[in-house]
Design a binder for this molecule. Structure first.
Ligand code: UGA
Length: 450
């Protein structure tokens, strides 16, 4: 919405939320304190806020005055009930649609921005139709393809914008917004269901590439091949392409797993059980990769990590975001805690409070470090890499933050308990420098190491 406001000065954009604290945070005079860390977002908000971009809790007024309403609420995987663990939880979509039905005036275009299961537009249309008489609606699907960490660039120069719908006038109204900065040939118009399904399919294909390359990474480790060489070789085939072939600790984030599980659920619903099993395997391989990394850390550390300090470098699900939803670090840390490890966690953007929520436990009191052999796992958050690795038996890189690419390994190794290891699950550290510093090295997909 901030980028739309930036690119379309003639359009008034009002972002509303019931959560007053969140809206207050978006209105914070200090732009470095916006609730989402996203490179470049502060500058865009700084340019538009108070001009044609407003953040407000006045939900009713904003809906009543709007010609177009974007539903941009979260749709996480259902935690319980029918379809638990697979289907999307649509309660926030339904609640928003009911509010739009109640407060809208005249004709309103309603745009699905949240990622939704196929045919959700039908549900939204039904809810809108059941509202008070005297108003009309057109429902469009306009899925978002931005990735966190690169969101502003992705929005300013999108590969494509997708608009699904049945009402040509509504489609053209939305297209005319994007056409203020997106070339006409990149604005695609489809039917509603194709648009909704394209979003789930795009994410499923991207996630599938990661599971495919991670499966080959494990194979490389077993055979002496190097997954980076394999990725380069296959990526130069223009039919395959070079992107999204980075082996790692598996995909995280709020989107990939949720969207594939949605596809799995819907395939099952339509009786396509083989299709469901096919996509489920992408998620299964991802979980396996995360457990595999935790297991190999334990194995290399002589089969036990009880009471050992392990520095976890990076907790966010990828670099350049403070988002930890479904982060590989959560599962890998949980496995290591189960084994009794003492985790010293450092992430440049993730707070100790967030880590406590994700791990479901409070940090250890500092006097407990370095700990004994009591057998209970524990964790604490550190303010720097140096603090995290101090006294550690191993460091484990889980997020590809820029600062982890060039670390002073000789200095860091001197602070560690020997024989010390670096487990580089993103293969970003300088392997030569690490080895010269006297550390043992495992890196994902490298059959020549460790
Ligand atoms: C993803 C899609 O890339 C976006 O197009 C989509 O709009 C978004 O989901 C969404 O549905 O909202 P995002 O989850 O923000 O974006 O981040 P990605 O860059 O796709 O990374 C996802 C995960 O895959 C991360 O954990 C990342 O580290 C991992 N990854 C990515 C790899 O392990 N290897 C790669 O080569 C690429």
């Amino acid at each position: 919405m901030a980028v739309i406001a930036d690119r379309c000065p003639g359009i008034q954009v009002t972002v509303v939320d019931l959560n007053a604290a969140r809206i207050a945070a978006w209105n914070d005079a200090d732009l470095s304190r916006l609730p989402v860390y996203e490179p470049g977002l502060d500058a865009v908000v700084g340019r538009c806020r108070g001009r044609n971009l407003l953040f407000s809790t006045a939900v009713k007024t904003a809906i009543a005055e709007a010609d177009m309403v974007f539903l941009s609420v979260n749709t996480p995987t259902k935690a319980r009930g029918l379809g638990a663990g697979q289907a999307s939880d649509l309660r926030w979509i339904e609640a928003s649609a009911r509010q739009v039905a109640a407060f809208a005036q005249g004709h309103t275009i309603v745009v699905e921005k949240s990622t939704l299961p196929v045919r959700t537009a039908e549900t939204i249309t039904a809810i809108l139709a059941a509202g008070p008489a005297g108003k009309t609606f057109s429902v469009l699907s306009n899925p978002e393809f931005l990735a966190e960490g690169t969101a502003i660039g992705d929005l300013e120069q999108p590969d494509r914008v997708l608009i699904g719908g049945e009402d040509p006038a509504a489609i053209e109204a939305l297209a005319s917004i994007y056409s203020q900065w997106v070339p006409a040939e990149r604005i695609l118009r489809t039917n509603l269901w194709s648009s909704e399904l394209s979003k789930l399919t795009a994410n499923s294909f991207l996630a599938q590439r990661i599971s495919s390359i991670n499966s080959i990474a494990a194979f490389c480790e077993a055979t002496g091949a190097d997954v980076r060489e394999v990725a380069r070789a296959i990526g130069m085939d223009s039919r395959i392409g070079p992107k999204f072939l980075q082996a790692g600790p598996g995909f995280g984030g709020s989107c990939f797993q949720k969207d594939i599980l949605n596809l799995v659920y819907l395939s099952g619903h339509y009786g396509l059980h083989e299709v469901a099993a096919y996509w489920q395997s992408v998620v299964d391989l991802n979980s396996w990769q995360q457990h595999r990394i935790a297991r190999l850390v334990v194995n290399r550390l002589f089969g036990t990590v009880t009471g050992k300090r392990i520095a976890v470098l990076g907790f966010a699900f990828k670099a350049d975001t403070n988002d930890t939803r479904e982060a590989p670090a959560i599962r890998i840390a949980a496995d290591l805690l189960e084994e009794g490890a003492q985790l010293a966690i450092y992430d440049p953007k993730v707070s100790a409070e967030q880590i406590a929520i994700d791990l479901g436990s409070e940090p250890a009191p500092s006097e407990q470090q370095p700990t004994s052999l009591s057998g209970e796992g524990s964790w604490l958050a550190c303010a720097s890499v140096a603090e995290a690795v101090s006294g550690a038996d191993a460091a484990l890189i889980l997020t590809e933050w820029q600062e982890f690419r060039q670390l002073p390994w000789p200095e860091l190794a001197a602070q560690m308990r020997q024989p010390a290891w670096l487990f580089d699950a993103r293969a970003i550290a300088d392997a030569e420098a690490v080895r010269r510093a006297g550390l043992r090295l495992w890196r994902v997909g490298d059959g020549q190491q460790g």
